[in-house]
Write a protein of this length. Structure first.
Length: 685
């Protein structure tokens, strides 16, 4: 067994207040694995009106020796393995075995990037990225202050950030100086495709051209803001952005190589369906695809040309991805029986957290719970669509949430920790902003709101929501609340999807809100109905009181979710915000906006825009992100709840299996996976 340096060079962010074990493998010969027979019986007792299935392990029998094989069980089968079509996680899991970073060549661990097949990622500090001043003039393509690609035209009132920073300036013709970013990427030497063909910088440029093709179904955002992407020699490629494009992730503007010597015979449209790209793509990673048996499995074999082969990697001769469906009980049984070595996060284990913890406690399997980058939250309906003209405020619906004190009281009446303890078995954490605490840009000084009905009641009294009957379990009523008729009960509609997870969440929060005199009527919808775009959809059409769903955060903080310019509504129209007694008018860019609460705060807009327009390493980059979080936590356009979990299970003697919040896949280091005797146990905190 071998443990390579890839794992050792990563510092992992993990769940606050918890740690979990990563085992490093000893250089011992293969050890025969043990097969166990699993029997599922139905308990005769009735629990909560239902019979309960209990998994019992019976007689272990030795497994015959032979070539070492790793069996990974997935809940889903990918529809394609072509890297540039489809978005299924099941596809990424398999691509990790035949490439790096699911074909990007870059891993994403612990809220940072690692260039696996690159010497390093470029940076301004090291000089392999540069920020130059260039002169542009009428007719040139540039990026304006909104991040849009525009052609300079003095009659168009184009706003630009001048070179060196400063306030935006309207272009009035003639020459203008802008900043222009470039970054140099160097491949590791001696990389080869699994068929032995050298892998060069031109393979990366080939990918760039594929993605730029209109027939390739991938985002063109960065491509459209690229001035050039060129190979300077066999190992070097240079990216240059359009003038004015200050991309905070410029150091990732490397396009993972694709095998032009095989794929070049096809057009971009043909590659989507071609056998060589969609069924058995040629890679450069630890394993090579041998066979895809539709509906059953994909089998891979060891790549003899793998660039880390001299480290003894990969460990296994064969890897089999089996497609087993999402029956959690059956999939847990498959781990216990030895049919599966790993059951991945696509396998629907979420509803069996308690059972997994019990089986782990008796060393029958290893369960891995990790908080990911998806955060559950409840939007406050601060600015319903009917308020936009400034005259109908409170007419069709009481103006519950314009006063920030009411929003603060609501979150103090939400027993979020009880949700984590009950629904997620204590495996996640309550969050206070749109970033998890392990994020390097997290502001740990933001205002926090523990569950405190008494303090919340004091705030509600100050706003004018009074408990006139002395019974905290009945709704408070309005008495002098701005925008609310006197006598109006504090009764809101709490809406979300009908998933089992959210049914449990809403029940707990409905009960805790009632302790403050807040009545919450639960309404549940099918996801397809709840997430309909505006103006028809309730959530994205801004026609709700409380709306629960989840957003995805990532390595870059998503403060732009709450910019006033991204409030969804009819394109070209304006909306009037009246909050805390101040009236302001904002433009609407269309129904694609994501600021569903209708939140508007000029200080937040400034902090977020400054952060988004800065580069890592510049002092304003970190300062502005910290400031944006502080304003968010004070103003509360939404009530952050908790981080969603990523969950997988393995045989108990699995080595080097580590899930990470920001990794493309839990198989990011599959070449280092092993099982058997372990030399030591490393605890990551």
């Amino acid at each position: 067994m071998h443990c390579g340096n890839k794992l050792a060079t990563i510092v992992f962010g993990v769940l606050m207040g918890a740690s979990f074990a990563l085992t490093a493998c000893s250089p011992a010969p293969p050890i025969p694995t043990i097969e166990t027979i699993v029997e599922t019986v139905v308990v005769t007792e009735i629990v909560a009106g239902e019979q309960v299935e209990v998994i019992q392990v019976v007689t272990p029998t030795p497994e015959p020796e032979g070539p070492r094989t790793l069996v990974i069980c997935q809940g889903q089968e990918p529809d394609t393995l072509y890297p540039w079509a489809g978005t299924m996680l099941a596809k990424s899991q398999i691509l990790e075995a035949i490439s790096e970073g699911s074909w990007t060549g870059i891993d994403t661990n612990s809220f940072s990037f690692q260039g696996v097949i690159l010497e390093k990622l470029p940076s301004l500090a090291d000089g392999d990225a540069t920020l130059s001043v260039v002169t542009v003039s009428e007719g040139d393509l540039v990026v304006d202050v909104n991040g849009d690609v525009v052609t300079l035209d003095e009659s168009a009132e184009i706003m630009l950030f001048p070179a060196g920073g400063g306030d935006p300036i309207v272009y009035e013709g003639g020459e203008f100086e802008l900043d222009q970013l470039s970054a140099t990427f160097k491949l590791l030497p001696d990389l080869v495709w699994s068929d032995g063909t050298p892998l060069t910088a031109t393979d990366s440029v080939y990918t760039f051209s594929l993605l730029a093709d209109p027939d390739t179904p991938q985002s063109k955002f960065t491509l459209e803001r690229t001035a050039s992407y060129e190979a300077f020699d066999d190992l070097t490629v240079v990216w240059t952005g359009l003038p004015g494009f200050l991309d905070s992730e410029y150091y990732t503007n490397f396009w993972g190589p694709s095998p032009e010597h095989v794929w070049g015979q096809y057009t971009a449209a043909e590659l989507i369906e071609a056998e060589e790209s969609s069924r058995a793509p040629l890679g450069y990673g630890a394993y090579v695809i041998d066979e895809w048996s539709q509906g059953d499995s994909v089998t891979l074999t060891k790549n003899p040309n793998y660039f880390r082969a001299d480290e003894g990697l990969p460990v296994f001769e064969t890897v089999v991805y089996r497609f087993v469906g999402e029956n959690s009980n059956t999939n847990i049984a498959s781990i216990l029986s030895g049919e599966c070595d790993i059951v991945d996060q696509t396998s629907g284990l979420d509803d069996q957290s308690e059972l997994l913890l019990e089986l782990q406690a008796t060393d029958q399997l290893e369960a891995t719970f990790i908080t990911g980058t998806v955060w559950e939250h409840i939007d406050f309906g601060i600015q319903p669509i009917s308020y936009d003209d400034g005259y109908n405020r409170g007419v069709d619906r009481p103006d519950f949430f314009s006063d920030v004190r009411t929003r603060q009281a609501f979150i103090m009446c939400m027993d979020r920790q009880s949700v984590v303890n009950t629904v997620l078995f204590g495996q996640s954490i309550v969050i206070d902003t749109y970033l998890p605490p392990q994020h390097p840009l997290y502001n740990d000084q933001v205002k926090v709101y523990p569950f405190d009905p008494e303090a919340a009641g004091t705030l509600l009294d100050r706003v004018g929501w009074l408990d006139l009957d002395g019974d905290p379990t009945t709704p408070r009523v309005a008495s002098g609340v701005d925008g609310v008729p006197n006598g109006t009960p504090l009764s809101v509609t709490y809406e979300t999807t009908n998933s089992s997870l959210r049914q449990q969440i809403t029940a707990i929060l409905q009960q805790s809100l009632a302790q403050c005199g807040i009545e919450a009527e639960i309404q549940l919808y099918h996801a397809a109905e709840w997430f309909v775009d505006g103006p028809e959809g309730k959530l994205f059409g801004r026609r709700f009181d409380l709306g629960e769903f989840a957003w995805l955060t990532g390595i870059q903080p998503p403060c732009d979710l709450y910019l006033s310019s991204l409030v969804p509504g009819p394109e070209g129209e304006t909306w009037v915000s009246i909050q805390d007694g101040k009236e302001r008018t904002f433009g609407i860019s269309g129904w694609g906006g994501q600021n569903n609460p209708g939140f508007a705060n000029l200080e937040f807009d400034l902090a977020c825009s400054t952060a988004l327009g800065s580069l890592p390493g510049q002092p304003e980059f970190s300062a502005a992100h910290l400031e944006a979080q502080a304003i968010f936590a004070e103003e509360l356009p939404v009530a952050p709840l908790f981080l969603r979990l990523k969950l997988a299970a393995t045989r108990p003697d699995m080595c080097n299996f580590v899930m990470d919040p920001t990794a493309n896949s839990e198989f990011w280091n599959i070449e280092e996976f092993d099982y058997g005797e372990c030399a030591e146990q490393i605890t990551i905190e």
